[in-house]
Design a protein around this ligand. Structure first.
Ligand code: SF4
Length: 281
């Protein structure tokens, strides 16, 4: 962060991918740019990014200290000059991000939801979910991300603003969602920071899939923000090990025999927040 793109590219090992698959690397920090009319705002866009036939955006799903979440819409800041990025921050990010997306169009979005972060773009509290998500619509993508992290799109003003500018639809309830793989059990527990361990202490996992467990961790973080976590709450059961078993409270299809249970495979964090707010005591 704050470094030269070329150095970061090499440090992350992407140069090896370029060599192996003969993909040229275009460093947009060295590119020229033009200013465009973006639904009532003037925004600079790098020339090489503006010239592509088909744009694939590859964000990492994670929390962000300023915008709450970051994914497809905000990742498009990668195609503007550094001076424009700094200007976006002076404007509070939300409005310019929404307007940028009226000119920086995405044809496909491939989201890295393998191991994002609870609340900070540079990492610190990783949450493993082991998922890759594909979208055609960046607004729908970011709305789905809000569901996945237990937020409302209203918590991330650039999402409804981008929707109002015609960039896409935030209506996840009517989206055509296709699951290409069955959920599978996590291969071993991931290394948790103390903060994530504290949240996880409210859960009782037994052979839980990563995406399911990650959703619960995000939901517990939201409930913590709301002041709802306290000692003495019964642990929330989650995981394939509970299939056919009875119990008091659980989330996910595998706990369908429990007295209080939330459907979903995996359930969304937003639904877990609502369910636990109403049923956990
Ligand atoms: S509900 Fe689905 S995602 Fe969750 S643990 Fe069971 S099989 Fe995995």
């Amino acid at each position: 962060m704050g470094d030269r793109t070329g150095d970061a590219f090499r440090a992350a090992g992407y140069h090896r991918v370029c060599e192996r698959y003969h993909v040229p690397f275009e460093d947009l920090q060295k590119d020229t740019w033009k200013e465009y009319e973006a639904a009532g705002m003037k925004i600079k866009l790098c020339d090489k990014a503006a010239a592509v036939d088909y744009m694939i955006n590859m964000p990492v799903l994670k929390g962000h200290c300023q915008t709450t979440v970051t994914c497809a819409l905000k990742n498009n800041k990668g195609v503007i000059p550094n001076s424009e990025k700094r200007r976006f921050h002076t404007m509070g990010l939300h409005k310019p991000i929404a307007h940028l997306n009226t000119i920086a169009k995405n044809d496909f979005i491939l989201v890295d939801n393998i191991c994002g972060d609870l609340d900070f773009e540079e990492g610190g509290n990783p949450v493993v979910m082991n998922r890759i998500l594909g979208f055609k619509d960046p607004v729908l993508c970011d709305a789905f991300v809000c569901d996945s992290m237990g937020y409302s799109v209203k918590d991330v003003p650039y999402i409804p603003l981008a929707e109002s500018l015609g960039v896409g639809s935030a209506d996840t309830a009517h989206a055509n969602i296709i699951y290409l793989n069955e959920a599978s059990k996590a291969q071993g527990a991931f290394n948790m920071t103390r903060r994530v361990q504290q949240l996880a202490s409210f859960a009782a996992p037994k052979d839980a899939c990563s995406a399911c467990y990650g959703s619960l961790i995000y939901a517990l973080d939201r409930l913590n923000d709301m002041g709802r976590l306290r000692k003495g709450l019964p642990p929330v059961s989650i995981g394939q090990g509970y299939k056919g078993e009875e119990g008091s409270i659980g989330v996910g299809r595998c706990t369908s025999c429990f007295g209080k249970t939330l459907k979903g495979c995996p359930p969304k964090a937003a639904d877990i927040v609502e369910f636990l707010s109403e049923n956990w005591n």
